[in-house]
Design a protein around this ligand. Structure first.
Ligand SMILES: Cc1cc2nc3c(=O)[nH]c(=O)nc-3n(C[C@H](O)[C@H](O)[C@H](O)COP(=O)(O)O)c2cc1C
Length: 329
């Protein structure tokens, strides 16, 4: 399997198939199963800032009328964060004992606060790297793009300054200046960038006229956005790149590697097909490499990136106007 060797999270990985952060990566039995089925690294379920504060607000609601209310605010704040953090640190150290592949902790930050301090504790617990899951929905019309940009850059920089393990970021595509943000994250020293996170999305039920969640799991055809951006960015940055969203099989993984991804992160396919679908995906990738005569990933990784493809214009083409003017379904 050495022919699949790659680097992501600033770490050497035995292959590019990384298990993305999800509910599946919060249990040690699943983590073991992923390792046994050939995954090269595991990103643990994120430690969520929002989740901790939601619990905090619940307690405040209950205690709100008591005379302890004011005095105990700080105490609860500390206790709840500490409890959640301790459980997470335990997960890291249990995972490290259970498997030999790298364990990557994931922190979801929506503010540049205590989370930065947590990074050191995560490092001490033995995580091999940290992935910051950063996302602000840019819907607040009082926050400018510059405000959001500063949040991202400052949060990431503070974590990088705090720890000695590599720090990667998982970003969304919700930036008007995505190329610049990626370049600046690279400049401040992230080890890797994963493109793009997939979010809980609203939908509408027209029968009972109510809001509901759209499908939590991705579809097989959702890989085009990461493909475009991995392809556009590969070879232009110091950091490593991973693709995530819509990677459900070997064919799609190979496409993303050809576009220039160093690794692929997958979640939905494991919910849909089970953890044991992974060996076949790895075997099919190797089979394709053998058929093409590739000895290692570097023989073809990025071969079809913007900087290397013979016809890179496909990455930048966005309007259908002239090219598909004659299109007939
Ligand atoms: C049920 C579920 C839970 C997830 N939880 C997290 C999370 O805690 N942190 C995170 O960064 N991404 C989370 N994700 C996003 C995945 O890590 C992944 O980036 C996304 O689902 C796209 O990959 P996919 O198309 O293979 O599912 C979650 C995804 C799913 C389906």
């Amino acid at each position: 399997m050495t022919k699949l060797k790659t680097h992501f999270f600033g770490l050497e990985l035995k292959n590019p198939f990384v298990v993305a952060s999800s509910g599946l990566t919060r249990s040690i039995s699943n983590i073991k199963a992923f390792a046994e089925n050939g995954a090269s690294a595991i990103v643990l379920k994120s430690l969520f800032e929002e989740e901790v504060y939601a619990e905090y607000e619940e307690i405040i609601k209950k205690e709100g009328n008591s005379h302890h209310y004011q005095e105990h605010l700080d105490y609860f704040d500390y206790e709840i964060k500490e409890k959640n953090l301790k459980e997470y640190l335990q997960l890291i150290s249990d995972a490290k004992t259970a498997v030999e592949i790298p364990i990557v902790a994931s922190i979801n930050c929506i503010s540049n606060g205590d989370w930065v301090q947590f990074a050191s504790r995560i490092e001490e617990a033995g995580a091999d790297a940290i992935e910051l899951n950063l996302f602000l929905l840019p819907s607040d019309n009082n926050r400018t793009a510059e405000d959001n940009y500063r949040f991202y850059i400052n949060t990431v920089r503070s974590v990088i300054d705090k720890v000695n393990i590599p720090v990667s970021v998982k970003i969304s595509s919700y930036f008007s200046d995505l190329g610049c943000v990626i370049k600046d994250l690279d400049k401040i020293g992230v080890a890797g960038i994963s493109m793009f996170n997939r979010f809980y999305t609203p939908d509408i039920n027209i029968n009972n006229e109510s809001l509901q969640a759209a499908s939590v799991l991705s579809e097989q055809n959702e890989y085009h956005l990461p493909l475009r951006w991995v392809g556009l960015m590969a070879g232009r940055l110091q950091c490593q790149l991973a693709a995530t969203t819509g990677i459900h099989n070997a064919e799609t993984a190979i496409k993303l590697l050809l576009a220039g991804a160093d690794a692929v992160q997958m979640a939905s396919v494991f919910y849909q097909q089970g953890i044991d679908c992974l060996p076949a995906i790895i075997a099919e990738t190797e089979k394709w490499m053998n058929e093409k005569g590739y000895e290692s990933l570097s023989d073809f990784k990025g071969k079809l990136s913007f900087t290397k493809a013979p016809n890179p214009g496909w990455y930048e083409r966005v309007q259908f106007m002239t090219y598909f003017g004659e299109y007939n379904a």
